[in-house]
Structure formats: C-alpha cells, structure tokens
Design a protein around this ligand. Structure first.
Ligand code: GDP
Ligand code: IMO
Ligand code: MG
Length: 450
C-alpha cells in the first residue's frame, strides 16, 4: 500500500479510527504524528469496543509495528494504563510499539496549569479535554519541555522537575490560588514510569526512514480534526498541534515526499465538542407561535438532539455531549484544500436515516462577503456567518446493511454524490455503522490502488 494519511477534516471525532482500522490491514506500520491523549479513537471488533488515546489503532492488527512519533505530547501515566488495559484484553504490544525519544512528556504541572487556566477563563473557556495538551506544547515551543529521552534518564528528570517547579508553583499558588506540586513525589512516580517505558523508547526517525527505505508501507493516523489545527482552525478554539497532513513531517521525521496519499475523513453531518464557532450547529429552535400542538411535537426533540442520540455523539475521551449540525461544505472544501486530500471517507451516513430533509451548507455570508471555500480568520466573523443551505430529500430506510453504493436508497446516493461534487473529490469509503464490516468500499478499494 502507498504511504497513506488518514486525517479528520472537521472538528475531530469523524470516525477516523474505524477507517484506520480497515486500512491498517494493508500497512506495515501505523504511526501517530501529533496530539496526545486528547484523542479518543473508537474501534469496534465484534463485541469488543476499544478506545485509543495514545496507542496507534493499528495495534489491534497482529504483527503491525506501531509508532508514537516525536510530534506527540505523551502522558506516560495514561499510556501505561492504556497498555495495561489492552494487555488484559489480550492485545499484545510486545516488540511492536515504539515511542520516540523526542516526544514531549505531559507532566502533572501541565494538567494543573491547564485546569487552573480553564477555570479562570470562566465563560470564555475553550472547553479543552484537560489532558495538559496546550501547556505541554507551550513548553515544547518555549524550549522548556521534558522529552522521553529525559523521562528515562533519572538525572535529567530530577533536574527538570526541580527547575520547573521553581516557576510553576508560584504561578499555581499566587496567580491561580491552587495547590503547589511536590517535586519528590512527582520524581518518584515518573522515574518509575520512565523505567517501565524505557524498553519501548527509540529513535523513531531512524526506524521510520529505514522502514520506508526498505519498501515498507506506513499508515499515518491523524488525531483531532483540521478545524482544530493550531494554524488553520478556528483559533483560539483549537488544539495545540498541526492536525492536518502538514503535521506529518515535523511529527515523524519522514520527508513530505514519503506521504503518497491523503484520505480525508468527513462525517455525513458535523459535530464539535468544546467551545468555539460552529456555523451549521443545530441549536434548539426558539419557541415559535405554532398552529397546533402537533406542530411542536414534530419538532421535539430537535434535529441536533436526534443526531446526537442516534449517532451516539458523546466524547470518547471526556464523555461530553457533542454539538451536532448539518454538513458544512464550505469547511469541507477548505480542509480538502489544506490537506490536498485525494479522496474522502464519508462516515456515519446511517445516522441521517429517518430525516425527511437533509441540508448541506454550501456558502456563508458575513458582512456582505460570501465564503465558499475559505473561512474568515476570526471567530467573531465566524460567529456572525449566516449559513446558506441547500436542501435535499432525506431517506427513511435504515442503511447499515448496505455494502455497495447501489444498495443505498436513491436519496442517500444523491446526498453522497452532491457532497462529492461540492468538495471535488470522491468518497471512496462510506461507513454505515460502527462495526468493521459496516462499510461500503467503492472502486475496488482505494487502499489497494496505487
Ligand atoms: P475518531 O476520534 O475520529 O476516531 O472518532 P470517535 O471514535 O471519537 O467517534 C466515532 C464514533 O462513531 C465511535 O463511537 C464509533 O464507534 C462510531 N462510528 C464509527 N463509524 C460509524 C458509522 O458509520 N455509523 C455509526 N452509527 N457509528 C459509527
Ligand atoms: P479525536 O482524535 C474532538 C477539542 C477539545 C477542545 C479543543 C482543545 O478523538 O478526534 P485540547 O484538549 O486539545 O487542548 O482541547 O479541541 N478536541 C477534540 N475534539 N476530538 C478530538 O480528538 C479532540 N481533541 C481535542 O474538545 O474543544
Ligand atoms: Mg474521537
């Protein structure tokens, strides 16, 4: 298989992991390149549900090598818990999970600082996952971080902890009124964690380049979504990494020429968890004078709540309800461009079954300006954007048993075709349920095409 990137092209939770899981069967290595345990990647295999935060989804496929690249911020305590859970469930990572010596380590001060800062923002809070992501990436960029290579060297670990707490504790106590952290107990816990992770730590830049040179194929597992990208997303309501395919080279050490193809993952509608602009969000309709009580009954619960319930739209990491809205073709065109996506996987199409009408947002208007393929730069403008919708007939049939495009109701086919037309790339995979086989693979399988 050509080296392939699977990247979320909305606000995260596009069902990337179930697509990675399918493609992983044909790859030699599965690699995470950015983000951290803010990710919650769900794969359902028969009756087992796995939720990955740091371990690449490919670990479910025996014999595949999995790599946590240098671009991640790794919570080592969470990683050990994740591995313990997987081992208990019979997933063996022995000798096939490698952690970059250069990845940044999420330490207790990152989580403490983030919790204090989010609380202090009050109604302006970003609604982060509280996994220490922002403060850890801040330290990386400020060149004051702690890397895997330090975690596994007790002398470095002690020195960095002591130096860091000299700054962090006054901030926690004096700025935020929070409790200080204790250097000795952090050292004792993290030195022990470092010793456990040491056998998995290596130079993944070399490992990956050697693998590619010897003809092995790599599958890149994106985390979060492109509209959460630190540079291209709805700043400041974003995460702290480059979530687009552009993050692969700095996050792995593999040169851009080794990224052969990009598969964008788009949910058939939109969701967002946490705060920030969401032009097509289906918010509760304000009470309107109705002709009859039946009129109201038809509209309750409103469509956003229906999608949330039917789609199980609750965060895989935090359990928070996800906000739901119609498919946003403006945002999808933008992220297709940013990633240079060659094709898309359209997921959760089954969740739209039963809607009398389905809507697609094809443009925004804000202050007399029309946006069709790019977003305004500020959240202020995005919040004021008026989505312009086109409506299509919905379909009533449940579609989870469909395995070919032709088995989909005509209205569902038309909906997929219209999205393809609007974003300019084809939907080579269409998922119609969370199970491995609830997938329509078109054109003989994108994963095997050169
Ligand atoms: P990721 O972070 O992009 O990997 O996505 P998540 O795992 O956070 O969320 C996707 C959710 O949708 C998970 O609960 C999946 O089991 C579920 N899912 C995946 N594909 C489908 C689908 O085609 N239909 C339905 N109904 N659920 C799906
Ligand atoms: P996966 O990989 C959905 C969101 C948070 C918050 C913002 C910043 O499962 O798609 P952070 O903790 O990263 O500083 O939070 O980003 N967020 C996600 N939303 N899916 C994710 O990951 C997310 N990771 C972070 O809700 O709005
Ligand atoms: Mg998720």
């Amino acid at each position: 298989m050509p080296n392939t990137c699977v990247v979320g092209m909305q606000w995260g939770d596009e069902a990337k992991a179930r697509i990675v899981d399918v493609l992983a069967a044909d790859a030699d290595l599965v690699v995470r390149y950015q983000g951290g345990a803010n990710a919650g990647h769900t794969v359902i295999v028969e009756d087992e549900k796995y939720i990955f935060h740091l371990v690449p989804t490919g670990i479910l496929h025996a014999g595949k090598t999995c790599v946590v690249g240098n671009g991640l911020v790794v919570d080592p305590r969470g990683l050990l818990e994740e591995l313990a859970d997987l081992r208990e469930r019979g997933v063996d990572d022995e000798g096939r999970l490698w952690l970059s010596l250069r990845c940044q380590i999420v330490m207790p001060w990152h989580r403490a600082l983030e919790a204090a800062a989010e609380a202090a923002r009050g109604s302006e809070k970003i609604g982060t996952t509280l996994r220490g992501i922002g403060p850890c990436y801040s330290d990386k960029i400020a060149r004051t971080g702690l890397r895997m290579a330090d975690l596994i060297r007790p002398h470095n670990l002690r020195k960095i902890i002591d130096g860091k707490l000299d700054f962090v504790n006054p901030v926690l106590t004096k700025v935020y009124g929070a409790d200080p952290l204790d250097g000795d107990s952090i050292y004792n816990e993290y030195a022990a964690i470092g010793a456990k992770l040491k056998p998995m730590a290596c130079d993944t830049i070399k490992l990956l380049n050697d693998a590619v040179s010897s003809g092995k194929s790599v599958l890149f597992e994106g985390a979060q979504g492109c509209l959460l990208d630190i540079d291209f997303g709805t700043y400041p309501y974003v995460t702290s990494s480059n979530t687009t395919a552009c993050g692969i080279s700095p996050g792995t050490g593999l040169a851009p020429k080794h990224i052969d193809r990009v598969l964008g993952v788009l949910k058939a509608y939109c969701t967002r968890v946490g705060a920030g602009p969401f032009p097509t969000e289906l918010v509760e309709q304000p009470f309107q004078a109705a002709d009859s009580l039946d009129w109201q009954a038809e509209r309750l619960p409103h469509i956003g709540a229906q999608l949330q319930t039917k789609g199980g739209e609750f965060g895989a990491t935090t359990g928070r309800p996800r906000r739901c809205g119609w498919f946003d073709a403006v945002a999808a065109r933008y992220t297709t461009t940013l990633n240079g996506a060659d094709a898309v996987a359209l997921t959760k199409l089954d969740v739209l079954s039963g809607q009398p009408v389905v809507k697609i947002c094809n443009a925004y208007e804000c202050d007399g300006v029309r946006y069709e393929g790019y977003l305004p730069a500020t959240v202020d403008e995005l919040d004021r954007c008026e989505p312009i919708y086109e409506e299509m007939p919905g379909w009533q049939e449940e579609i989870s048993d469909a395995r070919t495009f032709e088995q989909l109701p005509a209205a569902a086919q038309a909906y997929v075709s219209r999205i393809e037309e609007l974003i300019g790339v084809s939907a080579e995979m269409i998922s119609v349920g969370p199970e491995r086989d609830q997938l329509i693979i078109r054109n003989g399988g994108w994963h095997v095409q050169a």
